[in-house]
Ligand binder design. Structure first.
Ligand code: NAD
Ligand code: MG
Length: 384
């Protein structure tokens, strides 16, 4: 799911590297339909799901192939629960990935998850379903793939802290004053990773690390206060686990998403990969420092959201999705992103029991609230 995106196309590269191991039975995309057509031709899937963006695309509209064509959110759920599949790779963007992830788990499929927003919005539901259906949920996010490797075979009671590394993004050493005028095209220029537009902005605001902290909390059952963040601009250490005795175990590799993708797809095997060897003697030095939480406020907002629990992480995530989209469209400034999220969160009550319906309703209401707040910000700026 999301086969034409950054993670999706790299998943295809991993599959092409090991053609005997994998058979692609389904594809879903909502952009780059020419590429989707090539993928359909190559893999001959049983089912293809296209999003709303495909309407009017001539080649897609004329598709009369020997596969089932499904559409939109319902189509994604149908695809995710396709009979005969072993694993679903979720490389969609945003909380739109939650429902299909649950559908995949409920159908008994293992899930390789890049779509972190799924766990931020509905982590409790997803982990409960994973337990109930006894399926595997393997993270593709590089930090969580690293933690998965560092934690493997360990007694959870020996773990003191999880340490997430963050590159710090393109504005790592910017002051708040400098951040005031940065534009989308600057934020899309990531120093160590080439990624989709939304996650690139999340990286620049540090919201990505906030989302990943919540993702790690659900995946590994460690309380948020024991999940730390350290800035590591070289992106060689992908995350670490600190144990009770003071030992820290880290996972290192060349920064290349094809490694965590392959790890998730082939776990527990370790096969040769497309990733360049990590030559430590050529790297020089690895550096670390504290995140600037005062300037990059999104990280603290994520800690606050998970402390409030209930629907709040879903609210924060939805507000972030809307704020990032508005920043990408040039409607609001970079520093408006945390302001929109904070204001949106302020309109929702903390805590409470959750269900899928409650989460989806909160997600939708938070989007409306964030849009109203953005309109008010734009009006205020116009008046000045
Ligand atoms: P992207 O924007 O490059 O790709 C998204 C894909 O999903 C595209 O194929 C798009 O067409 C498809 N899609 C979106 N909405 C859809 C819908 N409603 N129906 C069908 N298809 C739909 O994004 P990306 O950078 O590949 O990121 C995907 C996820 O992985 C995000 O959650 C991101 O945070 C996470 N992630 C990405 C990276 C990375 O290096 N790109 C690293 C770690 C985690
Ligand atoms: Mg990551």
């Amino acid at each position: 799911m999301g086969s034409t995106g950054s993670i999706g196309t790299q998943t295809v590269e991993v599959i092409n590297k090991h053609p005997k191991l994998f058979q692609v039975v389904g594809l879903a995309a909502n952009s780059r339909f020419d590429l989707l057509l090539q993928q359909i031709k190559k893999f001959q899937p049983k089912m293809v799901c296209i999003g709303q963006g495909a309407s009017g695309h001539p080649a897609i509209d004329e598709l009369k192939a020997p596969f089932k064509l499904v559409r939109g959110p319902r189509g994604l759920k149908q695809l995710a629960s396709l009979a005969g599949a072993d694993m679903v790779v979720n490389a969609l963007v945003g909380s739109a990935g939650l429902d299909p992830t649950l559908a995949a788990i409920n159908a008994g499929h293992d899930v390789a998850l890049a779509n972190k927003e799924t766990l931020v919005a509905g982590g409790q539901l997803v982990m409960r379903a994973v337990k109930r259906k006894k399926v595997r949920l393997l993270p593709i996010d590089s930090e969580h793939a690293a933690l998965h490797q560092c934690l493997e075979g360990r007694d959870p009671s020996t773990v003191k802290n999880l340490i997430l590394t963050a590159s710090g993004g393109p504005f790592r050493s910017h002051s708040a004053k400098q951040l005031h005028s940065v534009q989308a095209q600057h934020a899309l220029n990531h120093p160590t990773w080439s990624m989709g537009r939304k996650v690139s902005i999340d990286s620049a605001t540090l919201m990505n690390k906030g989302l990943e902290m919540i993702e790690a909390h659900y995946l590994f059952g460690i309380p948020p206060e024991r999940i730390k963040v350290v800035i590591h601009p070289e992106s060689i250490i992908h995350s670490m686990v600190e144990f009770n005795d003071g030992s820290i175990i880290a996972q290192l590799s060349t920064p290349d998403m094809r490694l965590p993708i392959q790890y998730a797809l082939t776990y527990p095997s370790r096969l040769p990969s497309l990733v360049k060897d990590c030559r430590l003697d050529e790297l020089g030095q690895l550096t670390f420092h504290k995140p600037d939480k005062m300037t990059f406020r999104c990280l603290d907002l994520a800690y606050r959201a998970i402390e409030s629990n209930g629907i709040m992480p879903a609210v924060m995530n939805a507000a972030n999705e809307i704020a990032v989209e508005s920043f990408l469209n040039g409607r609001i400034g970079f520093l408006d992103i945390p302001a929109v999220i904070q204001k949106t969160m302020g309109k929702f009550a903390a805590g409470g029991k959750i269900s899928l319906d409650k989460i989806l309703a909160a997600d939708s209401r938070a989007r409306d609230t964030a849009r109203e707040i953005i309109n008010a910000i734009i009006k205020m700026k116009d008046r000045r």
